[in-house]
Design a protein around this ligand. Structure first.
Ligand SMILES: [Zn+2]
Length: 261
């Protein structure tokens, strides 16, 4: 079961990047009862292998935000507002915590540098290599604005899309998030899901928790989590990959294209 913990959410919204990252490291260490792999710094990441063969991802960096004092954050009628609220991606960190506290143990990757072309995720990918660490059947990003969006980036696996849409999400387009890199790199499907905040960083408590509930249902379904969804390249995204990938990724991307044509 997923509980609403608004105090926890407000706490995360008021933390600077490094303290949010450190807080998540401590919480996950206690909940999983083991040490995560932690690489600190602006291109850093936290990798916590779990028991469910699905990766969930959020990032701990935000783009030049002012971090509000808790007393500057207003909650009115289920809506959280504040000056430059770092909804992206404190809502994702909060969601990871609530899912794990709901007794799910997926693999977790928390990155820094998402706003800098996925620098932390690229560092993680390069460090781990192309073979997934442990069983990985698909990747979920908890980083998308809006409500019920599902952004698949370079992946175009129709059965994966059908599965995700059966939980109420609808396909939308986006430029980049970390899962785009990881799903390609590990050759598994990936999707970035809405966390119920809008472009101005205003958070709907109900929409955020609806999303967490949907993700909880996906991760609790053994039949789904044990199904391997393979990355199927979307050729019209090659330009995107040239822009957002790194050199090694781009070389592989081109080679994959030759193989499939
Ligand atoms: Zn983000």
């Amino acid at each position: 079961m997923i509980i609403k913990d608004i105090e926890q959410l407000i706490f995360l919204l008021g933390q600077e990047d490094n303290s949010a990252f450190q807080f998540m490291a401590n919480e996950l260490k206690n909940l999983y009862d083991k040490e995560p792999i932690i690489v600190p710094g602006e291109t850093g990441y936290l990798w916590m292998p779990g028991e469910i063969p699905v990766v969930i991802n959020a990032h701990a960096d935000t783009e030049g935000r002012y971090f509000p004092q808790q007393e500057d954050i207003m909650i009115d009628n289920g809506i959280i507002q504040g000056q430059d609220l770092a909804a992206d991606d404190r809502t994702g960190l909060y969601s990871i915590l609530q899912l794990v506290r709901g007794n799910l143990r997926p693999h977790v990757i928390i990155t820094m540098g998402e706003e800098n072309r996925g620098a932390g995720m690229r560092a993680f990918s390069n460090a781990m290599g192309r073979i997934p660490q442990g069983d990985v059947n698909f990747v979920l990003g908890l980083d998308r604005r809006n409500f019920n969006d599902a952004v698949f980036y370079g992946d175009n696996n129709p059965s994966f899309r059908t599965m995700i849409e059966s939980f109420g999400f609808r396909e939308a387009r986006g430029t980049y998030s970390d899962i785009a890199t990881l799903s390609f790199w590990w050759n598994v499907s990936g999707v970035n899901l809405s966390m119920g905040y809008n472009d101005r960083g205003v958070i709907s408590i109900e929409q955020l928790h609806d999303s967490i509930d949907h993700i909880f249902k996906i991760l609790s379904n053994n039949k789904i989590t044990s199904t391997h969804f393979k990355f199927i390249r979307r050729p019209e995204n090659d330009a995107w990959m040239q822009k957002w990938g790194n050199r090694r990724l781009n070389e592989l991307w081109v080679r994959t294209g030759e193989e499939s044509s």
